[in-house]
Design a binder for this molecule. Structure first.
Ligand SMILES: [Mg+2]
Length: 223
């Protein structure tokens, strides 16, 4: 069993669905402490990825993540576009620097993915000059990266890894509710930013949980 870029069209479709389903709820969160455009911006990126999904499926991970990163950067725009762009471009770069096992395929096992995703999240921290606890998408991404690293070290079986990722992403998203925003527009609200979940953390969690569902289904599907 391998996770290959041929899965990208179904992964992108799942993300499209989950953001569409939750669009109203997330926009309400964003209107409470932001400018309410997060979902629209994100959907512009997802639409661009959907248009490229056939092409993405033909690439290897290094090229696919690079292309996804560039598309997110240009199509989403603004702070989220730059942060998602950075995430995927840095993942591509990290994957490129890994030794190629065969000339054709770069096997993506849990350990490799944990390293690659961790590099991507570190790049987002640098780019956003932010860390955990600042009421952003990083409150989801950082614990998910840590959970992946730990699972790789402990040799946890994939179905359990996927369940853990969902659990950790939801806990991270919920943790932003009581945080004080120090980044972005929400930071102008100071104490009034408390009591609202961060919209960017919410969409990160929704997308991660949607990806996990597709991968879990793929794991159990007869090959
Ligand atoms: Mg905004």
């Amino acid at each position: 069993m391998q996770f290959v870029p041929a899965l990208l069209p179904s992964l992108i479709k799942a993300i499209d669905n989950v953001i569409e389903t939750n669009a109203e709820e997330v926009t309400a969160l964003d209107q409470a402490i932001g400018d309410g455009d997060h979902v629209t911006n994100l959907q512009r990126g997802i639409k661009a990825l959907t248009a490229q999904s056939g092409e993405l499926a033909q690439l290897d991970w290094v090229a696919a993540w690079q292309k996804i990163g560039m598309t997110m950067m240009t199509a989403v725009g603004g702070a989220s576009g730059s942060l998602y762009g950075t995430l995927f471009v840095a993942m591509s770069k990290a994957a490129r620097s890994r030794p190629v096992v065969s000339g054709v395929e770069r096997p993506l096992d849990l350990q490799a993915f944990a390293e690659v995703f961790g590099s991507g999240v570190d790049a987002v921290k640098q780019r956003g000059k932010a860390d955990a606890g600042e009421k952003t998408m990083l409150d989801v991404l950082i614990p998910v990266a840590a959970s992946l690293r730990q699972a790789a070290l402990d040799g946890v079986a994939l179905p359990e890894v996927l369940r853990n990722i969902s659990r950790v992403a939801i806990a991270g998203m919920e943790s932003t509710k009581d945080m004080l925003a120090t980044k972005g527009r929400a930071s102008f609200l100071e104490e009034r930013s408390r009591g609202h979940i961060d919209a960017g953390a919410k969409t990160s969690q929704l997308m991660i949980c949607a990806l996990v569902s597709v991968l879990a289904e793929h794991l159990t599907a007869p090959s």
